[in-house]
Structure formats: structure tokens, C-alpha cells
Design a protein around this ligand. Structure first.
Ligand SMILES: [Zn+2]
Length: 250
């Protein structure tokens, strides 16, 4: 059985039998993977505390093609994001990122950009730059981009002309039309100018510079509502994220 060496972020952990764990990894070299860690729950486990959700680890995995669950051979911590874990709100946002990635049909193929996006988002949350929710919203926008449905906020999707706000954003077409090109009867979300500008900023500012963005509370709420509708329209079976529901309660 070939041993594969790769970096991974732990998205999910489930207890299995008396002693083992079944983990969902997002790996740098093979995308999303389900991995069994035998003996991980026993006190004398060789994995120690390495297998906590959120941890960035380097791993050795026995990988066999066509098998649903692979077997973990070794794991070593790269980053455990201690600052995220010390803060309830940051933890909830970080878990929401993992939950979102876990729900998406990203499959077992390498997507180094997606892996880097996840690590950059977690590193930013750990460093505590700016509002945590901006990290979540920027992550949702970048995910849309990587999955092939990048939304456009800056001009008419038909003629490239300028937009007048408020404008209906068509969830299926991924953009807005100017008054001349507009058609009725599409599923849309009405965007005001502040919200469209905030979305554009979140989409284009580098993840490490999100701390420079500051939006009004009402704008941030509209951004969240828009992305909620936009992602659920484009990704089948994506329901509400438990971690985000928790966040609204704290
Ligand atoms: Zn137009």
C-alpha cells in the first residue's frame, strides 16, 4: 500500500469504536479525504493531541485508490491556532469555515488554491486582524470563485455598463444588469450600493489585509444575507451551518 505524505487541516472528527477516530481532512495533495486513525482515542495513542479539529498537521497516510476510508499512519502538528481556540467567536467562525468546506462537493482531487485559502483564513483568524465575519465572507466569495461561480458586482453582466442601485442581483447569472438590459422573473436579491461595494472589497482585498475593511453593521448584515442566499442557490444541499447558528447565539 503506498504511503502518501501530505499536509492537512482537520475539518471533522467522529469517534469510531472504543478506540479509533474517523477524520475528515482537507489535504494539500489529495483534496478532501476520510481517514481512520486507529487507536487515536486510547490514552497511550501515538497521535497524542494532534487530531483536534482545526489543527494543521503533516501526515503520512496509507492511501489505496478506490477505497472510501484511508488509514492514518503518522501525524505531526504544524499549527494548532491557539489564539483561535482561546476565543469563542473566532472558534465559531473557524469551525464554520471547516463545516462549509466539508459540505461542499470538492472531492478527492488536489486543489492547492483551496488548501491555501483555508490556511490563510485560519492564519488570519489566529492573528486577529479585523472583524472575524469579514474572514468568513471573504472565504465564501473566494470559494465561489474556485468552484466556478464567481459573482460580479462592478458592472452590468450584459453590456458592461454602469449600474444604478438598488439593483436586483440575479442569483443564477451571478451578477446584475443595468436598466436597459434588465429582465424580470429571475430569482434575485436586491443589492444596495454600500452592500455591493462591500462585497466587491471582500472579493478583491487580499485575505491578509481584511483588517483594513470596516463596514457599517447594517451593510455587514446585508453582506451575510446575500452570501447565504447566493451560496445556497448555487450549491445543492448546502443547509445552514451549525457553527454559524451557534455564533448568532453568543
Ligand atoms: Zn447593460
Amino acid at each position: 500500500m503506498p504511503l502518501q505524505k501530505t499536509d492537512a487541516v482537520i475539518l471533522r472528527s467522529l469517534d469510531h469504536s472504543e478506540t479509533s477516530k474517523i477524520l475528515t481532512f482537507y489535504t494539500r495533495s489529495s483534496g478532501k479525504m476520510t481517514v481512520m486513525a486507529k487507536g487515536a482515542r486510547s490514552n497511550r495513542s501515538r497521535f497524542g493531541g494532534t487530531l483536534e479539529v482545526l489543527n494543521h498537521i503533516s501526515t503520512l497516510i496509507y492511501e489505496k485508490e478506490g477505497r472510501d476510508i484511508q488509514f492514518l499512519s503518522q501525524a505531526e502538528i504544524q499549527h494548532s491556532f491557539a489564539n483561535i481556540r482561546a476565543d469563542l467567536k473566532r472558534t465559531a467562525v473557524a469551525l464554520a469555515l471547516c463545516e462549509l468546506l466539508n459540505r461542499l462537493e470538492v472531492g478527492q482531487e488536489a486543489n492547492p488554491l483551496l488548501f491555501r485559502l483555508l490556511l490563510t483564513a485560519l492564519t488570519g483568524l489566529d492573528a486577529g486582524t479585523g472583524d472575524e465575519m469579514n474572514t468568513f465572507y471573504a472565504f465564501e466569495l473566494h470559494i465561489s470563485d474556485l468552484m466556478g461561480f464567481r459573482p460580479t458586482f462592478q458592472c452590468c453582466i450584459d453590456c458592461g455598463g454602469s449600474l444604478s442601485f438598488p439593483a436586483p442581483f440575479e442569483l443564477g447569472s451571478g451578477g446584475m444588469r443595468c436598466r436597459n438590459c434588465r429582465e424580470d422573473k429571475t430569482t434575485s436579491f436586491i443589492l444596495d450600493s454600500d452592500t455591493a461595494h462591500a462585497l466587491r472589497a471582500l472579493q478583491t482585498v487580499h485575505m491578509t489585509r481584511l483588517g483594513e475593511l470596516d463596514f457599517k453593521r447594517t451593510t455587514r448584515c446585508r453582506v451575510g444575507d446575500f452570501l447565504h442566499d447566493f451560496l445556497r442557490y448555487n450549491v445543492e444541499g448546502l443547509h445552514d451551518l451549525k457553527a454559524l447558528t451557534f455564533l448568532t447565539q453568543i
